[in-house]
Design a protein around this ligand. Structure first.
Ligand code: AKG
Ligand code: FE2
Length: 282
């Protein structure tokens, strides 16, 4: 492979993330580039690409190079492409999708590997996405707390977010469908061995984790809150500024994300594909 056609992979922060240049995701990438991307994905947890021209078809093809696609139960799909979910906020809406720290699909027995999010319409200002690296966050805990966490599991659920009991603002209701399907509850270790990197990684998140297994919600709250405050410290985060054609491909087992809701009166539209994962273990 010639030098020009090689990928350039530049880390963007010490905790997570790398920006990739030299990849046209609208075309098949070839084994050599895919292998380099696989390694970078495992090392950095989230990869960013700019100036892409992804159609729903080519986004699907890129995603399928990593595994099979999860058809999301709750999001409105792009017309004609059930594999591609719309992440949309209209100018008249006040709430956004993903406007708090979370990791997608942690309520599934086999949580999704990650998502490929492609910017279609972005506000002139605002609408950035924050990412946080859960391996770096874990590494920075004390040996004492690491020891305590090593024996714990936690329950994750979709019910309080997407289910009938969810306290959704009125202008969010048409963004999500099928509340009767939000019945996923599952237990995962609080610290997992990351399926790709093998690194110890904190695996609880403010969006979907309910309580530690065998503990009440009240008992769990203080320690969960401590972990959330710790893991969302700036030292473990990176803020990505979108432009049309930008793509983020994140690993749900290694990172959290947070879609900043600071663009009232403007449209923001993203296309998301989520990839099947595997059971996580300590
Ligand atoms: O819109 C974003 O930046 C991310 C929204 C989100 O949480 C998701 O697509 O999973
Ligand atoms: Fe999300």
């Amino acid at each position: 492979m010639s030098e020009e056609s090689k990928l350039q992979i530049e880390p963007v922060s010490s905790a997570l993330g790398a920006e990739v240049r030299g990849a046209d995701l609208s075309k098949p990438l070839g084994e050599e580039k895919l292998a380099a991307l696989r390694e970078a994905f495992s090392e950095y947890g989230v990869l960013f690409f700019r100036d892409q021209t992804l159609s729903p078809e080519s986004q699907i093809r890129f995603a399928e190079a990593w595994g099979s696609i999860v058809i999301n139960r709750f999001f409105t799909p792009v017309d004609g492409f059930p594999q591609v979910a719309e992440v949309r906020k209209e100018p008249h809406q006040s709430f956004n999708v993903g406007g708090g720290w979370h990791t997608d699909h942690s309520y599934d027995v086999e949580p999704a590997l990650g998502s490929v999010l492609c910017a279609k319409n972005v506000p002139e200002m605002g609408g950035d996405t924050l990412f946080a690296g859960m391996s770096a966050a874990y590494d920075a805990l004390s040996d004492g707390l690491k020891e305590t966490l090593s024996g714990l599991n936690a329950l994750h659920s979709s019910r309080h977010v997407f289910g009938d009991l969810a306290d959704l603002p009125a202008d969010m209701r048409d963004r999500f469908g099928n509340p009767e399907k939000a019945t996923q509850d599952t237990v995962h270790p609080v610290v997992i061995a990351h399926p790709l990197s093998g690194r110890k990684t904190l695996y609880v998140n403010p969006g979907f984790t309910r309580h530690f297994e065998g503990w009440t919600m009240d008992e769990s709250r203080p320690l969960l809150d401590y972990l959330y405050k710790h893991a969302s410290n700036e030292a473990f985060t990176y803020r990505f500024r979108w432009e049309p054609g930008a793509v983020a491909f994140w690993d749900n087992r290694a990172t959290w994300h947070y879609a900043v809701n600071d663009y009232p009166g403007q449209l923001r539209l993203m296309h998301r594909i989520t990839l099947d994962g595997e059971a996580v273990s300590a």
